[in-house]
Design a protein around this ligand. Structure first.
Ligand code: MG
Length: 238
């Protein structure tokens, strides 16, 4: 399928800009730079909270719970989980589309007996929602990806110090046998290779096609930022 793809027993996939892209997602409608926070706020307002107070409470939760996942807001504010998930899924069905080439590659590798993992700058719930929009997962897991590592488990984004090391260590395999698959030459190739990953494969995506997704290479400051700062910047980027 891709003649340049290194043949390895293990593949670690990126999500944003690799498996999925945003469609008609308007950053002006986001809250604190995040696309699902308006849904959380609306659920809070429907339960009687002032909209500004709800927005402030969400921001406070991101500060107090730096490595948050979306479900943490549901729990923190006593929101109905099933309804929150329904709205999260509906947003993704409308605004997240698959890159069919990468989705087909993942399926082909899985069929060929390779083990596939995800390392993403989304929290795990965000990963599941995006993979679900691409037909690669349901609410609880994936038949294609054996392990889904998100920011809440890795304690940071891929550009933050130590995150790739923690990711590769969690997989419990020889990193030399791992090929990373992504769209960002730094986060999906240079950094994991520095931690011992044996190979990498990059899809070339057009910036305009990626929509609100992050730039191809993070600014130098993001590479050295402490985890908390990196996570705060993630609020703006995703
Ligand atoms: Mg990406």
């Amino acid at each position: 399928m891709f003649p340049d793809l290194p043949d390895r027993p293990f593949y670690v996939f990126d999500i944003d800009g690799t498996l999925t892209r945003y469609v008609d997602a308007d950053p002006a409608a986001f809250l604190h730079g995040n696309f699902l926070f308006p849904i959380v706020r609306d659920l809070m307002v429907e339960r009687g909270m002032d909209p500004d107070e709800a927005a402030a409470a969400i921001l406070r939760e991101t500060v107090e719970n730096v490595y948050w996942d979306y479900c943490d807001f549901v729990s923190a504010f006593g929101l109905p989980a099933a309804e929150a998930w329904r709205r999260f899924r509906a947003w993704h069905a409308r605004h997240v589309a698959p890159y069919e080439d990468a989705v087909a590659l993942a399926r082909e590798l899985k069929r060929a007996g390779r083990r596939l993992f995800v390392v993403s700058n989304n929290p795990v719930t965000g990963c599941l929602l995006k993979l679900q929009a691409a037909g690669l997962a349901d609410d609880t897991g994936s038949d294609v990806f054996s392990r889904i590592l998100g920011t809440n488990e890795l304690r940071g984004c891929k550009g933050a110090p130590g995150v790739w090391r923690r990711a590769l260590d969690r997989l419990g395999v020889d990193p030399a046998l791992v090929c990373t698959v992504g769209d960002n030459p730094v986060e999906d190739a240079e950094l994991p290779r520095r931690c011992g990953a044996g190979a990498s494969f990059l899809f070339s995506r057009d910036r305009t096609d990626r929509g609100i997704d992050r730039p191809a290479a993070p600014p130098a400051a993001a590479m050295t930022a402490p985890p908390a700062a990196a996570m705060t910047s993630r609020l703006r980027r995703q």
